[in-house]
Write a protein of this length. Sequence first.
Length: 195
Amino acid sequence: LARAMGRDVVVDAVTANDYSLEDHWKDGRAQKRLAERWDFVVLQQGPSSQPDSRTLLIDYARRFGAPIRAAGARPVIFSAWPAANRVQDFPEAIRSHRLAAEALDAVLAPVAEAWLRALSANRRLRLYADGLHASSTGSDLAVLVLWFAIFPAGPQEFDDAYLERLSRALALERASRDLLVDAATRAVDEPMPLN
């Protein structure tokens, strides 16, 4: 996507199965990688919709904040979606990640909110591959949210040609493109109210 949109981007990851930010902090590999001088560091753990996981998300996001900023990077909070059988958890998952981004003064990549918006617009949209992990369409939506959160487009740039380049880069079908782009841009630009 970055190449198609004219950006020179290097992307890498420090991942492990079922790791929370606390697990990454204790593991130490992520902190060592910060010395490589990144512009953005994306922090992600599960949906964190429960009070204890929210507390840990905020605490460990704050812990990562100092070394991220000391390395010259900007933290990004990736808001993960709940499992398909836990759709009632969307509002609290969204709230948890908003609070973490606010506590850290980080960029928020509101992926969970974009998923909720897209699913609300089309209940038959296949965002889940297996009830937890993203399908190809769900991954495309997550990428769009990250793109718009990290590289916002101004009104002059966001035209039909821009959308066409996005579509080609992600091989989006015209029928789903508008729904996904709308969900992603609105989640980034117009956060929904939470009760």
